[in-house]
Design a protein around this ligand. Structure first.
Ligand code: HEC
Ligand code: HEC
Length: 231
C-alpha cells in the first residue's frame, strides 16, 4: 500500500466533515437565537414583562460561535447590549424597542454574511371571519414584519404591510372595556401603523414602527385579557 496519494483525499474528507460540522453548529446556534427572540416577542405580546427576562438573559450571556470572524463581532456585541436592555426593561415599551433592535442586529449580520434565512414564506394567512381570525391575521402580519427585520427581507415586510392595510375591527365585538372604546383606538392604531410601515424604508424607521406595533398589541391584550395563548 502506498500511503502518499491518499493524503490529499483524506485531507479533503477532513475539511469536508469539519465544514459541515461547523454548518451544523451554526444552524443549531441560529435556531437557539430564533427560539429566544420569539419567546421574548411572544411575552411582550401578552404584556408579560417578567417572562421576557429569561430568554433575554440567555441572549445577553451566551457564548457566540467559537469560530466567528472578528469582523462580525460588533453584531454580536450590539445584540448583547440590546438583550441587556430587555433584561432591565421596566415596561413593555422599553422591552419592545430593544426587541425590535435585536431583530435588526440579527438582520445586519445576515446581510454582512450574505445569508437569507428561509422562514417558509409560502404560508397563507387564515381567512377573516371573526375576532379570533382577525387576531390570527394580525399575528400573521406581525410575523412577516418580524421576518422582515430578522432576514432582513423586504418581501416579508411588504407582505405584512399588505395584510395590515385591511379594515380595523371596530365595535364588532362587545365593548372592549366598560368605560369607553379605548379598544377601538388601539384597533385603529394597529392599522395606522400598518400605513406607517409602508413608508418605513430604513432599518431605523422599521424598528420604530415595529416597536410601536408590538406595544399596541400588548396594550390591548393587557386591557382585554386577550392575546396569543402561551404554548
Ligand atoms: C454573527 C453573525 C450573526 C448573527 C448576530 C445572527 N446570525 Fe443568524 N445566521 C448567521 C449565519 C452565518 C447564518 C447561516 C448559517 C448556515 O449556513 O446555516 C445564519 C442563519 C440564520 C438562520 C437560518 C437557518 C439556520 O438556522 O441556519 C436563522 C433562522 C437565523 N440565522 C436567525 C438568527 C436570529 C434570530 C438572530 C438574532 C437573535 C441571528 N440569526 C443573529 C449569522 C448571524
Ligand atoms: C383592540 C384590541 C386588540 C388589539 C389592538 C390587538 N388584539 Fe389581539 N386579541 C384581542 C382580544 C380581545 C383577543 C381574544 C380573542 C378571543 O378570545 O377570541 C385577542 C387575541 C389574540 C390572539 C389569539 C387569537 C386566537 O387564535 O385565539 C392573537 C394571536 C393576537 N390577539 C395577536 C394580536 C397581534 C399580533 C396584535 C397586534 C398587531 C393584536 N393582537 C392586537 C384584542 C386585541
Amino acid at each position: 500500500m502506498i500511503p502518499t496519494p491518499r493524503w490529499p483525499l483524506l485531507l479533503c474528507l477532513l475539511l469536508a466533515t469539519s465544514g459541515s460540522a461547523q454548518d451544523a453548529a451554526t444552524h443549531a446556534h441560529m435556531q437557539e437565537h430564533l427560539e429566544r427572540v420569539n419567546a421574548i416577542r411572544d411575552a411582550i405580546l401578552l404584556s408579560d414583562v417578567e417572562s421576557v427576562r429569561e430568554p433575554a438573559v440567555w441572549l445577553a450571556d451566551h457564548d457566540p460561535l467559537p469560530d466567528i470572524e472578528l469582523i462580525y463581532e460588533p453584531f454580536v456585541l450590539s445584540l448583547r447590549e440590546h438583550a441587556v436592555e430587555i433584561v432591565s426593561a421596566a415596561d413593555v415599551e422599553t422591552a419592545a424597542a430593544a426587541t425590535a433592535r435585536i431583530a435588526v442586529d440579527c438582520g445586519n449580520c445576515h446581510r454582512a454574511t450574505d445569508v437569507e434565512p428561509d422562514f417558509g414564506q409560502a404560508r397563507t394567512p387564515p381567512e377573516w371571519s371573526d375576532l379570533a381570525s382577525h387576531m390570527q391575521r394580525h399575528s400573521w402580519a406581525l410575523d412577516r414584519l418580524w421576518e422582515g427585520l430578522i432576514g432582513p427581507s423586504d418581501i416579508a415586510w411588504s407582505r405584512g404591510i399588505r395584510m395590515l392595510a385591511e379594515a380595523p375591527l371596530l365595535g364588532v365585538e362587545p365593548a372592549w372595556d366598560d368605560s369607553e372604546s379605548t379598544g377601538d383606538v388601539l384597533a385603529r392604531r394597529v392599522h395606522e401603523l400598518g400605513v406607517d410601515a409602508a413608508s418605513a424604508l430604513t432599518p431605523e424607521a422599521r424598528i420604530i414602527v415595529y416597536q410601536k406595533m408590538l406595544a399596541t398589541c400588548a396594550a390591548c391584550h393587557a386591557q382585554t385579557g386577550g392575546g396569543p395563548r402561551p404554548d
